[in-house]
Write a protein that binds this ligand. Structure first.
Ligand SMILES: [Zn+2]
Length: 72
């Protein structure tokens, strides 16, 4: 399930399309301690938002307990 890694953001509201549109994540800027991603509307390619990812956020261990499957 790694093939949609660049498409993990869901939908954001687009002012141009006037509805929630699926967004494409684009690496905008790489800094020593974080990376900044741009969210682009897949309909009109407008920038709908940005996301900062620090090095710590990329570690899977940061996920909440709800994401961990329980086995009995
Ligand atoms: Zn749009």
């Amino acid at each position: 399930m790694q093939q949609f890694e660049s498409f993990r953001a869901s939908s954001l509201y687009c002012n141009k399309c006037q509805k929630a549109m699926p967004v494409r994540e684009k690496l905008l800027l790489v800094l020593p301690d974080k990376e900044i991603f741009d969210y682009l509307c897949t309909g009109c390619a407008s920038s709908l938002g940005q996301r900062e990812v620090t090095a710590g956020d990329r570690l899977p261990a940061r996920r909440g307990p709800a994401a961990r499957p329980r086995r009995f």
